[in-house]
Design a protein. Structure first.
Length: 297
């Protein structure tokens, strides 16, 4: 039998970058459900009718009403968590949980205590994509083994998006998105996150920006750090644009950088199930083309 081909491996072979794919996950609700009971997106085995109805209601209002668990992790999983408020509900009855879920869906807060630690959400959802089980679970175990539980709250969750960039992660409460984290990179990743910094090698970009802006800004930040500057706030301005190319001026820590991004086509299988059963889609992505320091004068 031929070895299975994973969409993450194909994306790497095809050169599709993870940069520019940071979905905005600032507002996320997570309901505690054992990992083995997860089903596609909003459904799970064993939920009571009360929680099923509440989950369906939340999902109708938000794409990011997720499930969470902590297999092999230290500490308990709260019944409900909400970001960006960092609020946690536990030790309450299902009626209280369901009411809090509906309240959150309507724009309110769930209430409860505040989670002071940094939360790292790791997609391990094999029901959505085999890559998230293959790569996500190994990275999750490495994070659990190496992260200080007094500083970090490591949680498994279902679909975060970007399965072909597994391991797919989201660091809360800032909703920083990362892709392709491997177990051997976990020490450097935790060190950067623990300092309140972005782990630039695997950042998907800054949420709230469009794809070409994410790509350009991230390229400028990486360049500035390599040039001896500090990562931080970036002033980004479009200098010129065509259908297939954009040129930006970026300033990071006093370093002015010219960044050109280009529109390129890639073959893509969006998930592992499609590999071998469907032809690849042709998609267009914005990629870094050139980065150089602007010389004054």
């Amino acid at each position: 039998m031929a070895a299975r081909t994973f969409c993450t491996d194909l994306a790497l072979e095809r050169g599709e970058p993870h940069e520019g794919t940071a979905l905005d996950l600032r507002r996320v609700l997570l309901l505690a459900v054992p990992h083995g009971q997860w089903r596609l997106r909003r459904t799970a085995v064993g939920l009571s009718p009360l929680l099923e109805e509440a989950q369906a209601y939340v999902y109708s209002k938000s794409a990011y009403a997720l499930f969470m668990d902590k297999v092999e992790g230290r500490g308990d999983v709260p019944q409900l968590m909400a970001f960006p408020e960092n609020q946690v509900l536990d030790g309450v009855d299902e009626e209280t949980i369901a009411a809090a879920m509906r309240r959150w869906a309507d724009g309110g807060e769930i209430g409860g205590r505040v989670e002071e630690r940094t939360t790292i959400l790791v997609c391990t959802d094999s029901r959505r994509d085999a890559c998230c089980a293959r790569y996500g679970y190994a990275t999750y175990k490495a994070l659990v083994a190496q992260a200080d539980p007094d500083k970090f709250n490591i949680l498994q969750c279902n679909h975060l998006g970007g399965c072909r960039f597994a391991t797919s992660l989201c660091v809360q409460p800032n909703a920083a998105r990362y892709g392709r984290l491997r177990p051997e990179q976990v020490p450097e990743f935790l060190e950067a996150i623990g300092r309140g910094e972005t782990y630039l090698p695997l950042s998907m970009g800054r949420i709230g920006l469009e794809e070409p802006q994410q790509v350009a800004e991230l390229a400028a930040r990486r360049f500035a750090v390599t040039a001896g500057g500090n990562d931080g706030a970036t002033a980004l301005s479009l200098q010129r644009a065509s259908a297939d190319e954009m040129v930006f001026l970026a300033e990071v820590d006093g370093i002015a950088v010219d960044v050109t991004v280009a529109r390129r086509s890639f073959e893509r299988h969006g998930n592992c199930e499609a590999v071998g059963s469907e032809p690849a889609n042709i998609v267009f992505r914005w990629v870094e083309q050139s980065v150089s320091r602007r010389v004054a004068g």
